[in-house]
Design a protein around this ligand. Structure first.
Ligand code: SIN
Length: 189
């Protein structure tokens, strides 16, 4: 699958003009909300774990020194917490460009904090995309993140902002918090 997913998302998953759609955010969509939305709610999806396994050659790294950003990895019993945003279909013109480095839109069932649920969309960078980096230890991921920077800023800012937002939501994500701990240690060295 090519690294640029804009065309594939538009071709495979067109969204009808005027539709209002729930979008589940679990990474930068939680802490960098630069798109209009009608409503937002804490939410979770089942069967997925958040992992810093996707490479970033644009926002948080470069072609030669890619950064690492989160994607979702299938994990049968896991629950991934984040925020659901109700957005107008037109917002996907902007979001497909922002998430173009390997992310495809998938339909998912999301559970809201009040016990209700609904269908919506989520951007996932699957292992077959060219920018995918895959598993590494939290310590190695932290080292890579510490030294990467792209057009949206330093990669460690992405990690620190995500960790802060997860804490604000009352979510405990060991993978993210372990990487954060290693980054704070590396910065002291
Ligand atoms: C998301 O935040 O939901 C997708 C991944 C990202 O943009 O960091």
């Amino acid at each position: 699958m090519p690294a640029n997913t804009i065309e594939e998302n538009r071709r495979k998953n067109p969204i009808a003009d005027g539709d209002q759609v729930w979008l589940f955010g679990y990474g930068s969509l939680i802490f960098k909300v630069d798109f209009p939305y009608l409503e937002s709610r804490p939410a979770s999806i089942r069967g997925w774990s958040r992992r810093f396994w996707q490479g970033s050659h644009d926002h948080r790294g470069t072609k030669n020194h890619p950064g690492r950003v989160v994607t979702l990895i299938e994990d049968r019993d896991a629950v991934c917490g984040g925020i659901a945003f109700l957005v107008d279909a037109s917002v996907f013109n902007q979001l497909d460009v922002r998430e173009k480095n390997g992310y495809l839109r998938f339909t998912t069932e999301m559970n809201f904090a009040d016990g209700t649920h609904d269908k919506g969309l989520v951007y996932i960078a699957t292992p077959d995309n060219e920018a995918y980096l895959g598993e590494a230890s939290e310590c190695d991921i932290a080292r890579q993140i510490c030294f990467a920077e792209g057009t949206s800023g330093p990669n460690c800012e992405y990690l620190i902002e995500l960790a802060r937002s997860l804490r604000e939501l009352g979510l405990n994500d060991r993978h993210v918090f372990d990487i954060e701990m290693h980054i704070l240690q590396i910065r002291k060295e």
